[in-house]
Design a protein around this ligand. Structure first.
Ligand SMILES: *Cc1c(COP(=O)(O)O)cnc(C)c1O
Length: 484
């Protein structure tokens, strides 16, 4: 352990001061404060110099790991690099100084950005209209399902309360459906990892509101039967919902609107770059086909008679899903990112993300078990080590990767395999970074065979080794505890 990794209380020396306040001007400064509110002994604060304090906090911040410190191949999360220009745009005082209750005529610039970004998202996805109000992917799912339910209900079709969700879906899909009051029906995957059309057919009847699909799905595979699935679901009177959190892989190549989807969300914080994690900040805009435009939540931005903008509300609106107009800062960042890339480079993002994922997959498939070997999109899943010695698990591989300075991939998800390792490199990494990661993964496979103990006891170089992950989440220790 390095000296400054110590807790600040452990650096404390009695009587040492970093800063001294001038003596109190009022002799009787505490007069008037009720007796029961006064301390009867001085607070126990660490007594440290200013340099020790600065070093303590800077070192503490360095214990964190982020996309700005290293490669972060967390499958399903699209941890791409977030260009600094986005931050500069979002913190422009003309945006950051706005208040959501200002009259519309004083926020025309912001409303224009809302409209232009919506139009750009329509162009990228093939949908007809977008709401930018939802705060996250899961929130977008809920919004989209509310629109779906509202659509059926407004036609008097109240029997449609079931939603079909593939077994490979992201956990938020069934959760959002349940929050929306819909009954989740699971459809199985084939051995190739895509939706089993034969399993789907008997599920389709007049109680089905629709199907939620992710394409490419959570295994990183393109749902090749999507046209047939769209026809089947539509013929049964249901709608198709597209979980577009993985849109990164398809940017500029194919559009959900053209595949037959009626409603979708995008994760701007993934595909269009915003620092995210630990619950935010995000943006999960929802797009709809033309016939659902009037069902979008309000407020949305409409045109007013004088060529300006006005806050609008659709005639069949599914309601209000956020206090105001969404996470506006994230919308600005997404727009800045799209402008920075330009039309041509937006089209390159997907292919490069796909290339990077396939490069890693092919380079490691002799050491790690690859249950589905076809060409993947932006991510893929290994099922643990190819030759795992007794007792060496995916968790051990993930922990050992930390010693090599990489963030671990997503592990034990998706649930289709017991030892899942889900890798998503994104398009923003150099081939040298990918090679360094591949080399570390190969070394770990070698270590597992020769010296499994080094994996079982990893990580060896991090401030904390193996916390009890459940307890750490449920009962986090956030205060200094004196060692007795
Ligand atoms: C990340 C993700 C979500 C959830 O998005 P949040 O912004 O975390 O709510 C939903 N579906 C898929 C496929 C995802 O990858």
């Amino acid at each position: 352990m390095k000296y400054y990794d110590k807790l600040i209380f452990e650096l404390s020396k009695t009587g040492r001061r970093g800063y001294t306040l001038p003596a109190c001007k009022w002799e009787d400064g505490l007069d008037g404060i009720p007796e029961n509110l006064k301390r009867n002994h001085a607070p126990e604060l660490p007594e440290v110099s200013e340099p020790d304090t600065v070093r303590h906090y800077v070192n503490l911040s360095n214990m964190n790991f982020g996309v700005d410190t290293g490669f972060y191949p967390l499958g399903s999360c699209t941890m791409k690099y977030n260009p600094r220009i986005n931050e500069e745009m979002a913190s422009h005082p003309g945006f950051s100084g706005l208040h959501p209750l200002q009259p519309a005529e004083t926020v025309r610039g912001a409303m224009e950005l809302y409209r232009i970004l919506s139009d750009a998202l329509c162009a990228v996805t093939g949908m007809s209209a977008f709401t930018l109000n939802p705060f996250a992917g899961a929130h977008g799912e809920l919004t989209g399902l509310m629109i779906m339910r509202q659509y059926h209900f407004s036609k008097g079709d109240t029997k449609r309360t079931k939603i079909i969700v593939p077994d490979s879906a992201h956990g938020t899909n069934p959760a959002s459906a349940a929050v929306c009051g819909l009954e989740v029906v699971q459809v199985k995957s084939t051995a190739n990892g895509t939706v089993d059309v034969n399993d789907l057919k008997p599920l389709l009847d007049d109680t089905v509101a629709g199907i939620m699909m992710t394409n490419p799905n959570t295994l990183g595979l393109f749902e090749s039967e999507i046209s047939e699935i769209a026809d089947l679901v539509h013929a049964a009177g249901g709608l198709l919902y597209y979980d577009g959190a993985n849109m990164n892989a398809l940017l500029g190549k194919v559009r959900p609107g053209d595949m037959g989807f009626d409603i979708m969300h995008l994760n701007l914080h993934k595909t269009f770059s915003t620092p995210h994690g630990g619950g935010g900040p995000g943006a999960g805009p929802v797009g709809v086909a033309g016939f659902l435009r009037e069902y979008l939540p309000y407020p949305s931005v409409g045109a007013d008679v004088s060529g300006g903008y006005t806050w609008a509300k659709g005639s069949h609106t599914a309601g209000r899903i956020s206090g105001f107009h969404g996470n506006f800062g994230v919308l600005i960042k997404a727009y800045a990112y799209i402008l920075m890339l330009g039309r041509q480079n937006v089209k390159n993002a997907g292919p490069y993300a796909v290339l990077a994922a396939n490069y890693i997959k092919e380079s490691l498939k002799d050491c790690y078990k690859l249950p589905i070997g076809s060409v993947c999109k932006h991510e893929f899943v290994f099922d643990g080590l190819a030759d795992a010695p007794e007792g060496v698990t995916t968790l051990d591989v993930a922990k050992r990767l930390l010693d090599y300075g990489f963030h671990a991939p997503t592990i034990y998800f998706p649930l289709l395999f017991h030892q899942s390792i889900m890798i998503e490199p994104t398009e923003t990494e150099s081939v040298e970074t990918l090679d360094a990661f591949i080399e570390a993964m190969r070394k770990i496979a070698g270590e597992a065979a020769e010296n499994p103990e080094i994996l079982k006891s990893a990580p060896h170089n991090t401030p904390v080794s193996r916390p009890d992950e459940t307890q750490a989440a449920v009962h986090p220790i956030l205060k200094y505890r004196r060692q007795s």
